[in-house]
Design a protein around this ligand. Sequence first.
Ligand SMILES: Cc1cc2nc3c(=O)[nH]c(=O)nc-3n(C[C@H](O)[C@H](O)[C@H](O)COP(=O)(O)OP(=O)(O)OC[C@H]3O[C@@H](n4cnc5c(N)ncnc54)[C@H](O)[C@@H]3O)c2cc1C
Length: 149
Amino acid sequence: MREAFKEALSRFAAGVTVVSARLGEEERGMTATAFMSLSLEPPLVALGIHEKARILPLLEASRAFTVSVLREGQEAVSQHFAGRPQEGVGLVDGRVEGALAVLRCRLEAVYPGGDHRLVVGRVEAVELGEPGLPLVYFGRGYRRLVWPS
Ligand SMILES: Cc1cc2nc3c(=O)[nH]c(=O)nc-3n(C[C@H](O)[C@H](O)[C@H](O)COP(=O)(O)OP(=O)(O)OC[C@H]3O[C@@H](n4cnc5c(N)ncnc54)[C@H](O)[C@@H]3O)c2cc1C
């Protein structure tokens, strides 16, 4: 069942985000595909974050977080914030530079979800990057969208 569960979920295509939070001098980012839009009125988003993720206490204490939606070609950024450090990758002004879109959120609620937490944020500001294609994660690897011609 466990393997079939993981295999089934690997067949769900997802965009890739980096969730980031700051508390005083400490700032952390984490790659997350468990991201969804939740509500339009009010504007809410939700993220599934592992209970042991180091970003979780920061996010809960600061009551704020930022979601950067990664674009095609930002595989190294995703790898970096998933614990595989890459040269020259970091946060600028609390978000990923060159992201497709950035959502600045106030923490609305944190719900239990097994070994993860369901983190709900109210979107307070949106920054739109240059339009483009997203980075996609599917079948345990990074993929590119192919636009039908
Ligand atoms: C495609 C993909 C999707 C994933 N989706 C999810 C998901 O939806 N939910 C989930 O819980 N996990 C997800 N993960 C796993 C998650 O990204 C890793 O487990 C992550 O390393 C755990 O983060 P952490 O908060 O414990 O922080 P750390 O492991 O401490 O941080 C992660 C990495 O980011 C770097 N970093 C952190 N802050 C900064 C900073 N301010 N400047 C520069 N570098 C910094 C660290 O050096 C480290 O290499 C996903 C992983 C991948 C590859």
